[in-house]
Structure formats: C-alpha cells, structure tokens
Ligand binder design. Structure first.
Ligand SMILES: *Cc1c(COP(=O)(O)O)cnc(C)c1O
Length: 393
C-alpha cells in the first residue's frame, strides 16, 4: 500500500480523533524510526514515553516471542508466573507492599482512585471521597480521570462527570490547605506535569505536601504514568524527590511498547481492594507482564539509572547552551525535558525538526517535549541537540 492510499483509508475508516503528523512509519531499530521510503528519523518521542528500550530491542523481542508461543492470555482466574514475577520486582525495588495490573494509564489512575476511596470509606466513613488534584494536571481520558484532570478544556461534552474532585494551584500549600475539608481522602499529583508542559513540582513543596498528608491522614497518590520506570534516573520519580507515597500509578514505559498499567500500594492501602472489588479481563496478562518483567530487568539497575541521570544532565546542558531568543526556558529531570518557546511557533519548530529527521513532542501550549528512549547514546543526543539548535536559531 502506498502512503497516499494509507492516508486516504485512514480518513475513510478510522475515527478522526487524532491530528497526526504527515509521516507514515514502517519500522524501527533502537532510537531510529524509518518511514515507507526508508528515510531515517531519530525518535525523541518513544511513542509518548513508552519505548524506553527503543524499537525492536533484542531482549524484549526475544522474551515476547517466547511468551507468545507459550502462554499469551489466561484471565485472572488462574495463577501465572510473569505477573507474580513482575509484581515481585516492583515491590522489592520500591518497598511498596503490593501491585495490581491493568492495561493503561487512565485505568491505573482509576484503580488508584478506587483504592483510595475504599480505604478512606473503610477507615473514616462513607463521605470521605474527595480527591484534590493540581491545576494543569493530566490523569487520563476515562470519565473519572477526565474529571481528575485539572484543566477546563477537558471538562466539555461528556456530561455528567463524576463528582469528588477539586483542584489546587501548583506549589501552593496555602491553596491546598484551603481546599481540604473533612471529606477529603487524598491528594493526587504528577511530580512532573507532563502533558501540560514538563513542569517539575518544587521539591520543597513536595516535601511539605508529604508531611501535610501524613499529619492529616490524607493519602498521597502519585501519578507516575509518564515519570515512572527510569525516566528521571530512578525507577520512580517519587524516589528522585525522596518521598513515600501511599499509592503510585504507572503505565507508559512499563511494558516498553506492550500495553500495561498498574498501581503499587504501601502496607497501609494495599488491602483496601479485596476479592471482587476490582479487576480487568486483560489485566496482568502473561504477555504484558512478560514485557514489564523484561523492561524492569534492564531498567531497574543502578548503573542503567545513573546513566539516564548523566545523559539527562548532558542533554540539558547542551540545550541550555543554545543561544537563541526563541528559547524561554529549558527544564526537566533526567530524560524528561521541556524546551519552552513561543506558543505561536511551537508546531513550526516540531515540523522543522521532523523535516530534518528528528521527532519530538509538544506539551502544553508552548513547550517542545523530549522523551527519548532511555537507551539513547551520547552521539544521538549530540545529533538531536545539533538539529534543535539549527531549528531554534
Ligand atoms: C499518559 C498519561 C495518562 C494516561 O495514560 P493512558 O495510557 O493514555 O490512559 C495518565 N497520567 C499521566 C501523567 C500521563 O502522562
């Protein structure tokens, strides 16, 4: 099929819920992607933070091929090895008590919200249901996670939403304290707001938030769907911030490209959801948990994580040294980096980079977002920085 035919059929048969770039991808290898004509692109999107091991990683490919030929799916009516092993790796690496697996980030947040509400109801009574989230947060596309998302533009058309969420200003303890009442069960945050512009929370605020939650019996819920699994140079970003959440959600990078999400809960909250309270037909499926187990066997390694940190610092320094009036700020942690530019030109820069063989993401209204595969090399970082310099100057 030609590219023209593919695009025509996409228009004809696929619901038009995405505005796609004019690029038809055929295959990938490492940090490189190739279009139908064989043109090479350096991929700093990793499928929105998913392909942490790049494309066609030999260990992941082999593990998945073997699992496809062994046992792909069983439902949760039976015991299978990969889910238990993936859960064990995650609990041992974090000190969290137990894991639950589902299939996406939004579902992971749904599970986190359900666990938090059940815990609070059992311990404090049935009205304790409210969860505070941050303005400009992003938590997913289901009805409840849309409502959890603190951006008005997501609260249209799909009424009625669920109630039980309120929003406070980033890095503002006073605003948080004002919005807490006797019916508040927890606070849910992204430590680096991803979709809305790569905004790391202030470490001092995060520490105060943790203390306030612990002192007031509020659950601290961290959405690590984008920041988790090595992105910031630790397995989870909450470890980078040095805090102990009650529940964390994860997805994107966890399967390295195979759809999987999940939550990790501490001792306090891990028994809130009991048999029959929650589930998913696909959840913890042997194929998806084999992917997770394999990704974790590579990423959950101090040397690998130190390299992520080092490469992130190296990349950030290169970007900060670009002398351009178009760059307002370069920010981020590890290999989650945002370059703030003029909102009216952000898409032009992204297109110009693509034309020169570099794929990058947008975040918020004014930010070029870089989420490279964690296996990116220094040479590839040099190459990317060179192209971005050309585009932004
Ligand atoms: C991507 C994302 C989600 C939603 O994940 P899906 O897998 O698309 O449902 C939720 N929270 C954060 C922080 C995300 O970046």
């Amino acid at each position: 099929m030609s590219q023209a035919q593919l695009k025509e059929n996409e228009q004809k048969y696929v619901m038009q819920t995405y505005s796609r770039f004019d690029l038809c991808l055929d295959h990938g290898q490492g940090c490189k992607l190739y279009d139908f004509e064989g043109k090479e692109y350096l991929d700093l999107t990793s499928g929105i933070g998913v392909n942490v091991l790049g494309h066609a990683h030999p260990a992941l490919t082999k593990a998945l091929q073997e699992q496809v030929g062994t046992l792909m799916h069983t439902s949760n009516l039976y015991y299978t090895k990969p889910m238990v092993e993936a859960a064990e790796i995650l609990c041992l690496a974090t000190g969290m008590d137990k894991a639950f697996f589902c299939n996406s980030g939004a579902e992971a947040n749904e599970a986190m919200i359900k666990a938090a509400r059940k815990y609070s109801q059992m311990n404090f009574g049935k009205d304790r249901t409210k969860i505070l989230t941050l303005k400009n947060s992003f938590h997913g596309r289901t009805i409840a996670t849309l409502e959890a998302t603190g951006q008005d533009k997501f609260h249209q058309y799909f009424f009625p939403y669920t109630s039980g969420f309120d929003y406070f200003t980033i890095n503002d303890m006073e605003d948080l304290k004002e919005k807490v009442d006797e019916n508040t069960c927890g606070v849910m945050v992204e430590l680096i707001q991803g979709e809305s512009g790569v905004q790391p929370l202030d470490p001092k605020f995060v520490k105060e938030l943790e203390k306030f939650c612990h002192e007031n019996d509020l659950l601290l819920l961290v959405d690590e769907v984008q920041t988790g699994i090595g992105r910031t140079g630790d397995l989870f970003c909450y470890q980078t911030y040095g805090i102990e959440p009650d529940i964390v959600s994860m997805a994107k990078a966890l399967g390295g490209g195979v759809p999987i999400g999940g939550i990790l809960a501490n001792k306090r909250t891990s028994s809130a959801l009991q048999k029959g309270d929650h589930g998913s037909t696909y959840g913890a499926n042997p194929l998806a948990t084999t992917a997770a187990k394999t990704v974790l066997s590579i990423v959950n390694n101090r040397d690998f994580l130190d390299e992520v940190r080092e490469k992130g610092a190296y990349f950030m320094e290169k970007l900060k040294s670009i002398d351009s009036e178009h760059i307002k700020e370069v920010r981020g942690i590890g290999l989650m980096i945002g370059i703030e530019v003029e909102p009216e030109h952000v898409l032009d820069y992204i297109q110009a980079a693509q034309d020169q063989g570099l794929l990058v993401l947008k975040a918020g209204t004014n930010t070029i977002r870089l989420l490279p595969p964690l296996i990116i090399t220094k040479e590839e970082i040099d190459q990317a920085a060179q192209i971005l310099k050309g585009v932004l100057q």
